[in-house]
Design a protein around this ligand. Structure first.
Ligand code: HEM
Ligand code: NAG
Ligand code: NAG
Ligand code: NAG
Ligand code: NAG
Length: 324
């Protein structure tokens, strides 16, 4: 009896210790990870991102979104960058990403530049995505933060898990549940949704909102309907806010006026008193400092989602392929 209970005790305790170890493994990330092995890595990424954003400001938005779509699918492991191959089903052509996520070519450019300056494949593709997201936000006028580093790249893609990404038709409770599943709270949800202060969206992602929803400003809806017909024009683009190349508070100001482009955006604000998301939207709309600082903190949290570290995974030679 005592033997069995001791075994049971050890079974429970030992597993708890193992779980605690796994759960804390992302604490191995560090902002100084490449300082000794390749001091030029971060400046090189920054230079390449700045050139790409100068050429096309939307690229900053696209690179930010790439990191988000990487982290929400099996963790920040660059699984999103893998192309179809034997045993690999790419995430790129799954519904949330197909004809939507972009910037893969710029990531290849960054990888080539960084591998050249480091003298080999030292910096992981997952870390490149995290740093490029930060440098993009900075290039468009947003806050900076210290990027945690040391993520390694997956040797698999997870096309079967892209359903973990929230969709634009989601209601507030679905958004909160989705972010919670990734270890992110309501404050993270509202702050990170502020990523929609930059970039564009396709008609197919906001059509239902501008034709069917009630929580939308009527003249804004009519204006967007002119870009996005009831049928056809699925790929027509509209800015997520009207200063789509500036990381500012206009996204939140628009939500107060019921001029959010996506249904999921406007879900964060409906004017109800006593709602947490409503009051966060109000705060961020009039306080860039509060938005900037919460956004930076939440980006670090998002970047900590299930990284591969130590000897897990690999540092890919080509971000699109698993090392052979
Ligand atoms: C809260 C849940 C979210 C939903 C439902 C959502 C949905 C979307 C949709 C539907 C688009 C347009 C895609 C297209 O037209 O094909 C988009 C674009 C974008 N999203 Fe989100 N998103 C969410 C959260 C985030 C987060 C957390 C970030 C980053 C912190 C982000 C950054 C962006 C950016 C920058 C774009 C524009 C990309 C470009 O112009 O290339 N989004 N999002
Ligand atoms: C990758 O393969 C899947 C099926 O295995 C297919 O549905 C998809 O269209 C392919 N994508 C590309 C870019 O070839
Ligand atoms: C992705 O989009 C293309 C159109 O560009 C379409 O032909 C293809 O069927 C889509 N792939 C999947 C897997 O839905
Ligand atoms: C998705 O597929 C991978 C193998 O490619 C597997 O390890 C993982 O458990 C699958 N995820 C789900 C949710 O079934
Ligand atoms: C929100 O969406 C979820 C998932 O689609 C659904 O089950 C739920 O009923 C919706 N909640 C409300 C309040 O509409």
């Amino acid at each position: 009896m005592a033997y069995y209970s001791r075994r049971l005790f050890c079974f429970l305790l030992c597993n708890m210790v193992a779980l605690a170890f796994i759960a804390s493994s992302h604490a191995n990330l560090s902002p100084t990870f490449y300082d000794k092995v390749c001091p030029q890595a971060l400046p090189t990424i920054k230079k390449t991102v700045e050139a790409a954003v100068k050429k096309e400001s939307r690229m900053g938005a696209s690179l930010l979104r790439l990191h988000f779509h990487d982290c929400f699918v099996h963790g920040c492991d660059a699984s999103i960058l893998l192309d179809n191959a034997t045993g690999i089903q790419t995430e790129k052509t799954t519904p949330p990403n197909n004809n939507s996520v972009r910037g893969y070519g710029v990531v290849d450019q960054i990888k080539a530049a960084v591998d050249k300056v480091c003298g080999g494949p030292v910096v992981s593709c997952a870390d490149i995505l995290a740093v490029a997201a930060r440098d993009s936000v900075v290039a468009l006028g947003g806050p900076t933060w210290q990027v945690q580093l040391g993520r390694r790249d997956s040797s698999s893609a997870y096309a079967n898990e892209t359903t973990d990404l929230p969709g634009p038709a989601s209601n507030l409770s679905a958004l909160i549940t989705n972010f919670n599943k990734h270890g992110l709270n309501v404050r993270d949800l509202v702050a990170l949704s502020g990523g929609h202060t930059i970039g564009l969206a396709r008609c197919t992602t906001f059509r239902s909102h501008i034709y069917n929803d009630i929580n939308i400003h009527p003249s804004f809806a009519r204006n967007r309907q002119a870009i996005c017909p009831q049928s056809g024009g699925d790929n027509n683009l509209a800015p997520l806010d009207h200063t789509a190349s500036l990381f500012d508070t206009v996204y939140f100001k628009n939500l107060l006026k019921r001029k959010g482009l996506l249904h999921s955006d406007q879900e964060l604000f409906n004017g109800a008193a006593g709602s947490t998301t409503n009051s966060l939207v109000k705060t961020y709309s009039s306080n860039f400092g509060a938005f900037a600082s919460d956004f930076a903190n939440s980006m670090i949290k998002m970047g900590n989602i299930r990284p591969l570290t130590g000897k897990q995974g690999q540092v890919r030679v080509n971000c699109r392929k698993v090392n052979s």
